[in-house]
Design a protein. Structure first.
Length: 182
């Protein structure tokens, strides 16, 4: 019995590793009372499918098979990370706008994003896909996005950085549309 306890004490344990999408802080905006109200964009929600809503990072091993990591985990829920980094990226791309995760005032545009893919892939690429819907002055604009980006290095660190680049490019695509319809 002592030998069994000794062997179990010596067995190696696998440590969990936690990942957070890198992001630059949102631009701080200070307005005085005499300035016109800036346009407001409410990022209402970023939705992810069930297979992405768990803690584990996702890796696609074939055209039909996905593996969810057991020890390489998101530090906070992925939908929250995506929403927070989207707000930061849009704030940077749209400095005249006030971008928020909550409705501010009575007049605001609204953005909803559905992410359908946010994973590494067997061919060394990262997939970022989905669609977004923007409501602006009574108009509704819906657009899909799909990109595969090459991962420059192996490993989960590089995967998370590559996914963040794809998400930033998605924010830039949304910002260009906002500017166009403004």
């Amino acid at each position: 019995m002592c030998a069994a306890l000794l062997l179990s004490a010596c067995s190696s344990t696998i440590d969990n590793t936690y990942y957070q999408l890198p992001s630059t802080p949102a631009v701080m905006q200070v307005r005085t009372g005499g300035e016109a109200q800036p346009p407001v964009l409410w990022v209402e929600q970023v939705a992810v499918p069930d297979y992405l809503s768990g803690n584990g990072l996702v890796y696609q091993t074939s055209d039909v098979k996905y593996v969810i990591a057991a020890n390489n985990l998101w530090a906070s829920p992925l939908d929250q990370q995506l929403q927070q980094t989207l707000v930061a990226n849009l704030s940077k791309a749209l400095p005249r706008w006030l971008i928020s995760t909550a409705p501010l005032g009575e007049k605001h545009d609204m953005l909803n994003v559905t992410v359908t893919g946010f994973q590494g892939r067997y061919d060394g690429r990262a997939v970022v896909s989905g669609e977004w819907v923007l409501q602006h002055n009574g108009r509704v604009v819906k657009q899909g996005f799909y990109m595969t980006l090459p991962q420059n290095e192996d490993g989960y660190d590089a995967l998370v950085r590559t996914l963040a680049i794809g998400w930033q490019q998605t924010a830039q695509q949304i910002a260009k549309t906002v500017i166009t319809i403004e």
